[in-house]
Design a protein around this ligand. Sequence first.
Ligand code: BGC
Ligand code: MN
Length: 386
Amino acid sequence: MLLCHAVRFSYYVDWVQALVNLSNLSSRSASTYKSSEDILLANSNGNINRHVQSSSSSSVNLLNTSSEYNLSLPEPVSLSNQPLVFDVLQMESDKISEEKSTSNLPLCPDIPDIKDLDGHLGQATLLIEDLSEDEVHASYPFAQPGGHWKPAHCQARHKVAIIIPYRDRQSHLIRLLDFLVPMLKKQLLDYRFIVTEQYGDDLFNKGRIMNAAFRLAEKLKVNCVVFHDVDMFPQDDRTPYSCPLTPRHVGAFVSNLGYQLWYKEIVGGVLAINMDDYRSVNGYSNMYWAWGGEDDDMGKRILSQNYTIERPNSDYVRFSMLKHVKRKRTAPKLIYKLLDSADTRWVTDGLNETGKWDIKKVIIKPLYYHIFVDVGKPPDEWRAES
Ligand code: BGC
Ligand code: MN
């Protein structure tokens, strides 16, 4: 337990990239997607404005303080957890519906039957700290906007969105994408990435940004989502990123946690869950601020509804966790109190709530969808403890 509590998942905001995105907005009124870096914004009347990022982002100055960041926001750009966000994202959804159907192709083999998967994945590339997004994009020219790829010669069995909660860990994010892309491709999945970032620099609320990302995943018509911490790297390419029948704690056995399962409801790190199951546990709690607890709450939600938590074979499904500043539960008393009520509170606290988050912006980048989510203000008691 001590080890578990000493080693923490963490999330960071990439201010610089966000500023780059904000400061390069320029209007354009095209009706189809051309640039892979298009930005969708909606104003409060429900009108959709399209903006395109200028291609050069390197010359942008670094106004990296939160107040300047907030001031530079174009208004109004609010996409709330209301019909409006669905209208906007409908554009993306329609595009998917227009995609050529592959239903006349034979089904792709399932992961255990794929001969191309060769087991252990070298971990040496994790040491490369200065990989750029452009370099990674150049190595994977097959990536469609949003990082989307699907097999051309067979029909993918699983449509997956990898959701990466993110705060200020650009170098981890790039390495993770670089690491996962070839593996997901070999697994013959129909995949894309959603990087979900909290807007502003207030206390982190990971549950809310994950719920927001799930709403986008629904629009992308996937069969399941994989919530993926930015610092978790699979050690074997047979690690199942396919859609599970019952919630699958993919990242159960982790280097920094001694490859041990510390308690039965643990589901942190990497969790795959199909869309119906996520809706039926009402997503993540919106009530955990700062660091820790929201994943344990999810574990309790899952167990209280008698789902089995699937955990893959620990002989080979193991993860390396990158080192970073250690975290611990910032407000342990508040977290314990919440966890005590987790198996009943889930009915009203979660995905079905409105007004808990607001997607401010969706950027469709070459390697991932990038959303910025306003999670509102934390209650004073959390601020005091953190
Ligand atoms: C935290 C969880 C975390 C786990 C493992 C717990 O104390 O509340 O959020 O996943 O430790 O580090
Ligand atoms: Mn971490």
